[in-house]
Design a protein around this ligand. Structure first.
Ligand SMILES: Cc1cc2nc3c(=O)[nH]c(=O)nc-3n(C[C@H](O)[C@H](O)[C@H](O)COP(=O)(O)OP(=O)(O)OC[C@H]3O[C@@H](n4cnc5c(N)ncnc54)[C@H](O)[C@@H]3O)c2cc1C
Length: 525
């Protein structure tokens, strides 16, 4: 029977991302999907800077990143067409290395991920195969793979991840119940290409209008999207007819100026799995959570799951971490995504209000908030930091995202993004050489988890330390404004914790390595 480190069920964007992240660490990965081809129509249309950074870690090629467009911002308009709320696009510089939000075309991303997977020698991937059985035997999982013609075979894997979408087979098999978060609305989504000359908003626009709540999205390269709420009594299937779609669109655009690409009716729901792991079975992406698209975070959250799971599986499989580390995946990810779902629901309720009186009151309150400047106007403000999990307890920096400067490397020198240079490892980063000089036993412990030490200061540094040429001094500025001398950064680029002196840093390294190995204490060097 063929054997793998990790088998991934589902080759949607989350499964494909996870496959790349694991294989680029040298793990043997099987990834299968029951569909014969990539779904050729878009669902997600916005990605955030964190997702782009993870896709960078996947080895997605430059041409995909060239194909995305910066988000132009979002206006929420009230009953009389007045501005009641907004998200501004953030101006450069972009400290994570990527713009906070970009517009993209999902099938193009999935094609780019397929090519990235094909460049990984340790990925075996198959389409047209359904997983129909997952038997967790304690020390491994036996998966049953069913071909389209009904032929069955079995393979074994140390770990199985269900990235198999909202109706996840793996979630069901593992007995991981879904917690309903009380949101269920019918919306029709229409994607179209701009073909004529017609006035359209320059920004994404939320029409918070009880007569017909809707979202208009400015996609890349002339792609336009309308998400339109169905009103009580409207039949979701009947609303998909060409006549009804033209009728709906004519409220927003001259239908003759666009060419329809696709339409689909969705029951937007909010739910999160109560548990994300049972034994050797784990879930990620839509298998673990679903949300209405009003904050454009469903896929971003799934990509975060993949990044969070990849380094944990790597620590368990290649660095002898205790498999209890995999429980911290749910501890960390579940509250994070639940908070995002809460915001997405809240935006859905703002946009979708059908009662004219309540909508008028909403407009009054939101206009007042906008005038007084008391509400965030950055979309990313609604994406929280990590508050639990593998982070230093009580440290205000723990769970925030580490910056990503461009660094100069090689001869002749060329500019590279930091993560492309250092790879997906734990990092200690400092501009003070003394901070990086760890005692031998602690250094051994640090290197056993694959940790690297990066120096952004001047003068000599200890042996084994990588010197970075951060030409714009972004890391040094970040350390200074965070009031620390060094930071420990996780492979998914969340900050584990900061330290102001060598003894605090050493304690943090001991705490982290103890968390990974599951040992209560680690003897001081
Ligand atoms: C209208 C709309 C707009 C959205 N906009 C955004 C946005 O702008 N930004 C954003 O971040 N998110 C957005 N989302 C959410 C985003 O599209 C999803 O969260 C994302 O596509 C989920 O990816 P996934 O890989 O987890 O699941 P999926 O894409 O559903 O992939 C699951 C895969 O598993 C396969 N599979 C299932 N069962 C089996 C089995 N038993 N054996 C083998 N294979 C199996 C399926 O064939 C499928 O290919 C939007 C969603 C919608 C509906």
């Amino acid at each position: 029977m063929k054997s793998y480190d990790v088998a991934i069920v589902g080759m949607g964007p989350v499964g494909a991302t996870l496959a790349c992240l694991l294989a680029r660490r040298g793990l043997q990965v099987l990834v299968v999907d029951r569909e014969l081809a990539i779904y050729d129509k878009p669902r997600a249309i916005v990605l955030d800077h964190e997702a782009l950074r993870v896709l960078q870690h996947c080895g997605v090629e430059e041409s995909f990143f060239q194909s995305v467009f910066p988000h132009t911002g979002t206006d929420f308009v009230g009953i009389d067409g007045q501005l009641i709320k907004l998200f501004d696009p953030k101006a450069p510089p972009f400290e994570l290395g990527w713009p906070p939000n970009v517009m993209f075309i999902q099938p193009e991303l999935e094609e780019a991920l397929a090519r990235a997977m094909d460049r990984c020698a340790t990925i075996e991937r198959h389409r047209g195969i359904s997983v129909t059985g997952a038997d967790d035997q304690g020390d491994k999982v036996i998966l049953t793979l069913s071909e389209i013609d009904g032929a069955e075979r079995q393979v074994e894997a140390a770990w199985v991840v269900g990235a198999d979408g909202a109706n996840s087979f793996i979630r069901e098999s593992a007995g991981l119940p879904l917690h309903d978060m009380d949101f269920a609305e019918w919306w029709i989504v229409v994607d179209a290409w701009l073909t004529g000359d017609t006035p359209l908003p320059r920004k994404t626009t939320q029409y918070c209008q009880p007569k017909r709540p809707a979202t208009f999205v400015v996609g890349p390269r002339g792609l336009l999207r309308w998400e339109i709420k169905l009103l009580p009594g409207e039949d979701p299937q009947e609303m998909r007819s060409d006549d009804r779609i033209n009728e709906l669109l004519s409220g927003f655009v001259d239908p003759a100026a666009v060419s329809l690409w696709r339409s689909a009716v969705y029951r937007f729901r909010a739910a999160v799995a109560d548990r994300w792991r049972e034994g050797r079975l784990l879930i990620a992406g839509d298998a673990a959570h679903t949300m209405p698209p009003f904050l454009a975070q469903g896929l971003c959250a799934g990509i975060r799951d993949a990044a969070s799971l990849a380094w944990r599986l790597d620590q368990v499989l290649r660095h002898d971490a205790n498999d209890a580390l995999l429980d911290s995946y749910e501890i960390e990810r579940k509250p994070h995504v639940a908070e995002i779902i809460g915001h997405a629901k809240a935006f859905g309720l703002i946009i979708g209000e059908l009662d004219p009186q309540r909508a008028a009151e909403r407009d009054r309150v939101l206009e007042e908030q906008l005038r007084s400047g008391t509400v965030p106007t950055e979309r990313q403000a609604f994406v929280p930091m990590l508050r639990e999990g593998v982070i230093a307890a009580g440290d205000p920096l723990a769970g925030t995202l580490f910056v990503q400067p461009k660094v100069l490397t090689g001869t002749p020198a060329r500019e590279q993004l930091l993560d492309d240079l250092v790879g997906p490892d734990f990092l200690i980063v400092s501009d003070d050489a003394a901070m990086l000089d760890l005692p031998p036993s602690l250094l051994q412990r640090w290197e056993a988890i694959g940790g690297q030490r990066l120096f952004v200061g001047t003068g000599p540094a200890a042996e084994g330390v990588t010197r970075l040429n951060d030409t714009e001094g972004l890391i040094a500025r970040w350390l200074a404004r965070s009031n620390i001398k060094a930071a420990i950064v996780r492979p998914d680029r969340y900050v584990y914790g900061g330290a102001s002196d060598p003894s605090a840093l050493r304690q943090s390294v001991m705490d982290l390595t103890a968390q990974l190995t599951g040992s209560e204490t680690y003897a001081a060097a």
